[in-house]
Design a protein. Sequence first.
Length: 236
Amino acid sequence: MLPKAVLYLSLLFPVALAGDDFSLQWAICDHSPQHTLQKLGIDPSTPPYKENPITYYDELPPVYIHSGVMFRTKTHGGEPLSTIKVRFGQDTASAPSNGNCTWAQYGQNEPAYTCETRAWLDRSEPNHLWHDEQVEFVQRYKQVDWDALVPYGPYANAKWKLKIAGHKVTFDDVAAGNLHLMEIEVNVDKSHAHKVQKAITKRLKKAGVVLCKPQQGKTMRLFEDLGYLDDMAMEL
């Protein structure tokens, strides 16, 4: 039996509407977060404000990421939860009208519309990761062989709160062995997204921060580094 306690993103955080909120992200390819901090004029020994484990799921080799579907488990407030994201690209008409969805953009790539659902996990049932409503949500868009999902991780996920070009951002590092999957993220009003994107990109380049080419999400970069995927510029 799947855990009954479910809490969607709208209950964890304020609802992010496509017309209001825009997530700007930069994939960072410095050698380590300490290198990036130092380049930005921040003491490289500054500890993260939080560090929690994160685990990615897909088949072996990965198949669902090619369809823009991503599975994770992590923690929030010390409690374990699972999360499923579906990426719709520019196709907002196919997205759920009552879902927790937002526009997200990596670097100067085209923005992508992404929807997410989360559920708390029951510690007494560690093998039950996905709630019924999560299953129903993703099955509308992709048939999933749930028994074939395997974990990639857990990996340590550290986060720092920084200020870049006058904007409060989150600097995120997933340490997967010797690989550092780093990114910077800021949420802004959609009307300000272009201006903020230019300002932060200019500051990062001036500081000598290495921006990944192509700009893409941590999940895709992880699977590529593990040798499972071709070079694909998907923003997951």
